[in-house]
Design a protein around this ligand. Sequence first.
Ligand SMILES: Nc1ncnc2c1ncn2[C@@H]1O[C@H](COP(=O)(O)OP(=O)(O)O)[C@@H](O)[C@H]1O
Ligand SMILES: [Mg+2]
Length: 444
Amino acid sequence: MSATPAPSRRCVIWFGTPCSSERALLASGGWHIRAVSLSQTGGVGMRSEDIVIGVLDFRTCAGRDLAAAAEVAAAYRHLPLFALLPPVPDESDAQLRHALSRCRHRFPHPLDHADLLRQLASLQETSTPGGSDDAFACLLGESSAMLAMRATLRKFAPVDLPVLITGETGTGKEAAAHALHRLSPRNGHPFHAVNCGAIAPTLLQSELFGHERGAFTGATARRAGLFESAHRGTVFLDEIGDLPMEAQTSLLRVLQEGTIERIGSNQSIQVDVRVLAATHVDLEQAMAQGRFRSDLYYRLNVLRLSMPALRQREGDIELLAMHFLQEFRARHLIRARGYTAAACRALADFHWPGNVRELLNRVLRAAITSDNELIDCAELELPAPAESRAQQQDARLRDERETLVACLARSQYNVSACARLMKVSRVTVYRLCRKHRLQLESLR
Ligand SMILES: Nc1ncnc2c1ncn2[C@@H]1O[C@H](COP(=O)(O)OP(=O)(O)O)[C@@H](O)[C@H]1O
Ligand SMILES: [Mg+2]
């Protein structure tokens, strides 16, 4: 596997203490954070290739720190520096005013939390033209699960090791593999994806590793496999749990020795590829059942990226539904421009077994068929939330009545016997009969 030069990093030197949500947001945007106490004397080490900015956090400064803050502003003259103020800066806070006035030229527009994050986002775009943030265009979401996933992905991307991506179908495993490639030094070289479950086992070996002419019936010409043609790039093996045994052995060899052999040849060919693999099945179980080589499993499972299910991404469902609709609107003439309140609730309540892929499909179907400005539940083919609760209630009542009638019949309309059968008190049996308008006298 090839050695790679150290890429430039984006660093925030935070004079003060970022809160946990700020840390999560910065990490998901690829910023490394150095939290430095304001009283720290001496310089902060920086690599010249890094993109560095400073944040002077005035929110938690005690009085004596404020003087130190002005010193920081002066000492780091060449550092782009942002002043972060409390949400409602107390104008009467003479110390804060004084500290800011001493470095006014540095902070013409002090920021609050939201401004700062916006500033960082725009800095991010300019520092990576067409680069890293495009890589996340297919991995949208602001839920904490997605922020954490993107931060992990950024850490894994530049490391030249396999990554095992796990998650339910439609959670974005392939999108994540693509982003890993895009954010790695292999970007610009091929990215080849293959679904191991979608190709007949007899063809897969040749597809992946190639064959010589005459290696088998029908092999009329020599053919390079996917690993050879992905040289210096990335191979993404989707549904790795479906990889036949023979291919598992060959893959192990790629990972251990960086070589392949075409079918019909015993000559080793060097390949420089990074392997990413995804599975929605439990590989540990496949291994226990002898269907997956354990040595291969341990090679693949060094770095593990798990994609959260859509139902666990609070807030992301509506965000993605709006995004998919807007994207479609930009390319097609449609009326729909949003969702009814009931549709929003239905989207949030649904279980989403097919995750983001299912959401995308439902949104597109609704966008095409809807004649209204706001898409409703029926167009998304989702149960209306209020109705479904009423339906549940009806079903419960029906069940209760049926149980009661059956137990009364089995106990020959004797209330004590029926109560024993239902494991309730006699009073309850009477109450249930009244509730369901059953007249014992007329039934007996
Ligand atoms: N977080 C996301 N933001 C935007 N699009 C997404 C997101 N996750 C998945 N998608 C889209 O959903 C579809 C399914 O994603 P995919 O990566 O193929 O899922 P998987 O491989 O896990 O089945 C693709 O069209 C992908 O672009
Ligand atoms: Mg997939």
